[in-house]
Ligand binder design. Sequence first.
Ligand SMILES: [Zn+2]
Length: 120
Amino acid sequence: MHEWALAEAVVSFVSDRADRPRRIRVLLGELQNVDEEIFLSALKEMMDDVEIDLTREECVLRCNACKKDMKLKDLGEEERELVHFLPEAVHAYVSCPLCGSRDFTIEKGRGVVIESVEGS
Ligand SMILES: [Zn+2]
């Protein structure tokens, strides 16, 4: 269970920073193949009385050839679906809608970021 492993990593990060966390803000990349509901309920189960703000970070890809920024909604439906199911293989099937290049960088939307931890 990927979501539980991820939640455990978050909990261990948070407990290093606050003995009694009250509120945490977590940014979940769109490319991170995580079931938001499972992830959130795992976090809640592991951390009682902690308010959890979970935000999805929109994915941004930057074409290295023409420097255009692309979001998932700029892609075709088929590509979007593939990104959803196979985010780690994004380079294999996405090409720039402007110039057709497959050479791009993932600027945003990858990974899980803990934005802030409030507590004592
Ligand atoms: Zn391009």
